[in-house]
Design a protein around this ligand. Structure first.
Ligand code: ATP
Ligand code: MG
Length: 337
C-alpha cells in the first residue's frame, strides 16, 4: 500500500548514530518504494523554541542536517526535503489547533516533561516550546501523512496529532485530517543510548557519535565510552548489561556469534575494556566511513544544498496550502470566498 510519509529533525546540530538507527535508515528504506510520497522536514521553527537566542546555530545546522540526509542516501529527486519556516501555512494551522488542546493535556506529555528537565528551564519554560507538540501535529496533518517514521521519544507526539485530527474532524464535521500511524524502528533501535550511558543519545546532551565525526573523533569517543565501572582489572568478571560498548556491538556488529563469544569472555573475566573498545572502533569505522566520505564530497557546495531546500519548500508549500484551505473551509472562516 502506498503511504504518505512525513518526518524530520530539529536543526540543533549534526545528526548522530541515534538518528541513523532511529529514523534515517527507515526513511531510506521507505524511499525504495516509489509509490510512497515522502516529505522530510528540517524543523527550524521548532528548533528555535528552545534556542531563540541562537539563530546562528540553527542556520548552520540546517545545512549540516541536509548534508547528513544526502550522505545516508536520501534522494531529493524522490523525497521532498523542506524547511519548516518557509511554509507559513504550518503556524497558521497551529493557531487553530491550539484551541483544541488543553493546558492539562500538554502538561501530561512525558517527552516534553523530560526535555524540560534536561534543558533545565526551571520556571522559565518558553511558551513556544511548551506547545511544540501542537505545531508538530500541524506539520504532520498538513501533509495528510499516513505514516510517521520516528524514534520512541516521538510516541506522545503522534498520539497528540491523532487526537487533534480526530477532534478537528468531529468538531467541524469534516474529513480533512488523517490520523497518522507511527512507524517505530526495529526493537532496541528506537532509543539509542549516549556514549556516557546516560539516557538517550541526543544532540542537546553532547553524548553522541556523529555521522560526520572524523576517524580520530570516533576512536576518541569509543575509548571513553561508559562500560562497567566495577570492571577494574582485566581478570575481573565484567557486566554486559548496561555496558554501552556491548549495546553498540549488538546494534552494529553483523557477526552475532562473535558478539556472543565476547560477552561470555567479558563475564568470565580476562577481556579488557581497551581490547573490546578497539574491536568496536573497527566496527563503527566500517559503518561510518562511506557516509563520511559521501558527506565530504557534498560539503563544499552550499549553493546546491540551498537550491534543493528551496525547491522542496516550494513543493511542500503547495500541499500545505491546499490542506489549510480545506481546514478553513470546514471551519467556515473563508470570509471572502
Ligand atoms: P534535540 O536534542 O535537539 O531534541 P535529538 O537528538 O533529540 O535533538 P531530534 O531532531 O529531536 O534529535 O529527533 C529527530 C529524530 O531522531 C526523531 O525521530 C527521534 O525520535 C530520533 N532520535 C533522536 N535521538 C534518537 C536516539 N538516541 N535513538 C533513536 N532515535 C533517536
Ligand atoms: Mg529531540
Amino acid at each position: 500500500m502506498s503511504k504518505i510519509i512525513l518526518t524530520g529533525d530539529r536543526p540543533t546540530g549534526k545528526l548522530h548514530l541515534g538518528h541513523y538507527l532511529g529514523s534515517l535508515k527507515t526513511r531510506v528504506k521507505l524511499q525504495e518504494d516509489s509509490t510512497n510520497e515522502i516529505f522530510i522536514m528540517i524543523a527550524d521553527q521548532q528548533a528555535l523554541t528552545d534556542n531563540a537566542d541562537n539563530p546562528k546555530k540553527i542556520q548552520e545546522s540546517i545545512y549540516e542536517v541536509a548534508l547528513d540526509y544526502l550522505a545516508v542516501g536520501l534522494d531529493p529527486e524522490r523525497t521532498t526535503i523542506f524547511l519548516q519556516s518557509q511554509i507559513p501555512q504550518l503556524p497558521e494551522l497551529t493557531v487553530y489547533f491550539l484551541n483544541l488542546v488543553t493546558m492539562a493535556r500538554l502538561e501530561r506529555n512525558p517527552t516534553v516533561k523530560s526535555e524540560i528537565k534536561d534543558k533545565k528551564f526551571g520556571a522559565s519554560i518558553p511558551a513556544g516550546f511548551f506547545v511544540y507538540p501542537v505545531s508538530q501535529a500541524a506539520d504532520i496533518l498538513a501533509f495528510k501523512a499516513t505514516h510517521v517514521p520516528v524514534g520512541d521519544d516521538q510516541k506522545p507526539m503522534l498520539e497528540q496529532a491523532r487526537e487533534i485530527a480526530r477532534d478537528f474532524n468531529r468538531i467541524y464535521q469534516t474529513e480533512t485530517f488523517v490520523e497518522p500511524d507511527i512507524i517505530l524502528p526495529p526493537k532496541g533501535q528506537g532509543r539509542i543510548v549516549g556514549i556516557d550511558g546516560n539516557g538517550k543519545m541526543s544532540k542537546s546532551l553532547g553524548n553522541g557519535i556523529y555521522l560526520s565525526d572524523s576517524e580520530e573523533e570516533i576512536q576518541r569517543k569509543v575509548m571513553k565510552m561508559y562500560t562497567d565501572p566495577n570492571h577494574i582489572h582485566v581478570e575481573d568478571p565484567g557486566q554486559v548489561e548496561g555496558n554501552v560498548v556491548f549495546t553498540y556491538l549488538d546494534l552494529f556488529d553483523p557477526d552475532k556469534e562473535k558478539v556472543a563469544q565476547l560477552k561470555a569472555h567479558y563475564e568470565r573475566g580476562g577481556l579488557g575494556d581497551v581490547v573490546l573498545k578497539r574491536y568496536l572502533n573497527e566496527i563503527l569505522q566500517d559503518h561510518l566511513r562511506p557516509i563520511r566520505q559521501r558527506r565530504q564530497e557534498l560539503a563544499g557546495n552550499r549553493e546546491h544544498i540551498l537550491a534543493l531546500l528551496k525547491r522542496g519548500s516550494e513543493r511542500a508549500e503547495k500541499v500545505a496550502a491546499q490542506t489549510l484551505a480545506e481546514a478553513k473551509d470546514a471551519m467556515g472562516i473563508q470570509y471572502f470566498g
